[in-house]
Design a protein around this ligand. Structure first.
Ligand code: ADP
Length: 204
């Protein structure tokens, strides 16, 4: 009988190393990035759109994303049933170089209720990251939600965005999200993000 019991068979040497468990870094620095540019050009897993509740397109970054993705994006967005302020939905990316588009609906900034605006803005970041993780997206680029037409002051929005991302990454023990990129476009956001990033993600 030539059959060999599997446990006694000599195994060939491993060619590829077994997958390593995720190693959380001492600081979160290597899991965040900051760039200035057009979010529609980024080949990350998911880009986060600053959408409105209809999810049917608009101006600003929303318009740029729909133009670059092509009409198929609007076709899919019509099936999503809109989205609550402070939350997010996910779609395909069509002609964009990314894999998914997460449509987050930021608040129109309310000077009389800044704490309400803050809770809703935080919700955008947290829901987007949760959706990204659930959908297997490991790299996520955020536009500066609400800081355009919706009037959220950049110097208030940046720390809200960064605190939400930081808290999510700290809780993300399995390391589902490997990279979060903050994408700024206008100078006011570039300045605000540059100032706040080292406070929330201090250098080693
Ligand atoms: P909101 O209505 O949520 O304020 P806007 O689209 O008006 O959304 O602005 C959100 C942010 O997106 C602003 O900081 C704006 O400068 C920025 N933005 C506009 N176009 C682009 C783009 N192509 N890539 C990245 N960010 C952009």
């Amino acid at each position: 009988n030539k059959l060999v019991h599997p446990t006694s068979a000599k195994l060939p040497p491993a060619v590829t190393p077994p997958p390593q468990p995720f190693q959380p870094s001492k600081s979160l620095n290597d899991r965040v990035g900051l760039i200035r540019g057009d979010i529609t050009t980024l080949a990350v897993d998911a880009i986060v759109n600053a959408a409105n509740r209809s999810l049917l397109g608009g101006g600003g970054v929303d318009g740029a994303i729909h133009r670059a993705a092509g009409p198929e994006l609007l076709r899919e967005c019509r099936t999503l049933g809109g989205c609550e302020t402070g939350s997010a939905k996910i779609s395909g990316a069509y002609r964009l170089p990314c894999r998914k588009v997460i449509h987050a609906v930021g608040p129109v900034y309310d000077v009389l209720r800044p704490e309400t605006s803050e809770a809703l803005l935080r919700g955008c970041y947290t829901s987007s990251l949760r959706l990204a993780a659930e959908s297997g997206c490991r790299s996520v680029a955020f536009s500066a939600i609400s800081t355009g037409v919706y009037g959220y002051p950049s110097r208030e929005a940046a720390p809200v965005a960064m605190r939400a991302v930081r808290e999510f990454l700290e809780e993300d023990k399995e390391g589902k999200i490997e990279l979060v990129v903050f994408v700024t476009f206008e100078k006011k956001d570039v300045d605000a993000y540059n100032d706040f990033l080292p406070m929330f993600f201090p250098p080693e």
